[in-house]
Ligand binder design. Structure first.
Ligand code: NAP
Length: 291
């Protein structure tokens, strides 16, 4: 199906620095074509002055924007309204046009949640492990709070950072469910199989042989492992989970669903699951992924 641009075409885009690697135009232009929505989606490199860029986008009548590194926090000062989860996380990746400005959302985390649900992994009421305490791990911890995880063991190299994240998430969610630990304390984890999310940057291409914890005893405590990394699509962490009898997933579906949710917010629609799968195939083709 071909895209037809005319005087009524709504415009959305993604802003960031760098931006040339983005997969978002593939996601949104495919959805617009397939659903016959008169919408075009473009990448914008914003070198500096994010506030002026947002103001300009609003006055140009743009329907919405995605925001990526390094502007997910900086953009908050330019919003007229912010969604509750995005406010707690302190990071916004989707702007939706309102009468007086843009409302900010975080679709990364509901994206991860929907990716997990689509894989048949349900986190409500579970005890879980998260590796890392950086931006992604912190957001994952807030997701776990929002979706009813019972207990979360947050392991990080810098244990002080893990403590800070745990305190913030526990305080904001008004329950003491995040337990901070140093990486080397993993033998103290309970002796049972859990879901684990790998949210550090260890193992990212080109350092594909790296892994945060190499001891197979750790992987005996994991029945399902999610790596947020999607380059490569089979990380060392995933290999170790599988070698110990678990099921492992990479982070590409999270990227897919953050886009699906943004499209749904802009167009007040629900994207059918067969179309979600078709977009996923297109992303994989674009990235040269065969699996
Ligand atoms: P970040 O804020 O820089 O945090 C990096 C984390 O990795 C910290 O916990 C850091 O521990 C840990 N780390 C780095 N080097 C380490 C090492 N040698 N040994 C042990 N721990 C180490 O990064 P981020 O934004 O959270 O991103 C983390 C990962 O998530 C990235 O790989 C990114 O690609 C991925 N991600 C994926 C998606 C998606 O859509 N799939 C979305 C967001 C992020 P210390 O605190 O001890 O330094």
């Amino acid at each position: 199906m071909k895209m037809k641009i005319n005087g009524r075409t709504k415009v959305c885009g993604v802003i960031g620095k760098p931006i040339a690697h983005t997969m978002s135009p593939v996601i949104h232009n495919t959805l617009a074509c397939e659903l016959q929505v008169n919408l075009a989606y473009l990448p914008f490199l914003v070198e500096e002055n994010i506030a002026s860029a947002i103001e300009g986008a609003y006055h140009l009548g743009m329907l919405g924007l995605n925001v990526t590194v390094p502007y997910k926090s900086d953009v908050i000062g330019s919003l007229s309204e912010i969604d509750e989860l995005a406010e707690k996380i302190g990071a916004v990746n989707t702007l939706v046009r309102q009468d007086t400005g843009y409302k900010g959302y975080n679709t990364d985390l509901p994206g991860l949640y929907r990716a997990m649900e689509s894989d048949g992994v349900h986190i409500a009421g579970e005890e879980m492990i998260v590796l890392g305490a950086g931006g992604a791990a912190r957001a994952v911890a807030f997701m776990c709070a929002a979706y009813g995880v019972k207990k979360l063991y947050l392991l990080n190299r810098n244990v002080e950072k893990a403590r800070l994240v745990a305190k913030e998430v526990n305080d904001k969610s008004e329950r003491e469910f995040v337990i901070p630990m140093a990486l080397e304390e993993y033998p103290q984890l309970p002796n049972k199989k859990m879901i684990a999310i790998q949210a550090t940057s260890v193992g990212l291409s080109p350092n594909v042989e790296d892994v945060v914890i190499a001891d197979s005893a750790f992987y005996d405590k994991i029945h399902t492992g999610y790596d947020l990394i999607y380059k490569p699509t089979n990380t060392k962490f995933m290999e170790l989970v599988k070698a110990n009898g678990g099921v492992a997933y990479h982070g590409l579906k999270m990227l897919l669903y953050q886009g699906i949710i943004a499209f749904e917010l802009w167009n007040e629609t629900i994207v059918p699951e067969d179309l979600v799968n078709m977009v996923y195939q297109k992303m994989k083709e674009e990235m040269g992924i065969n699996e």
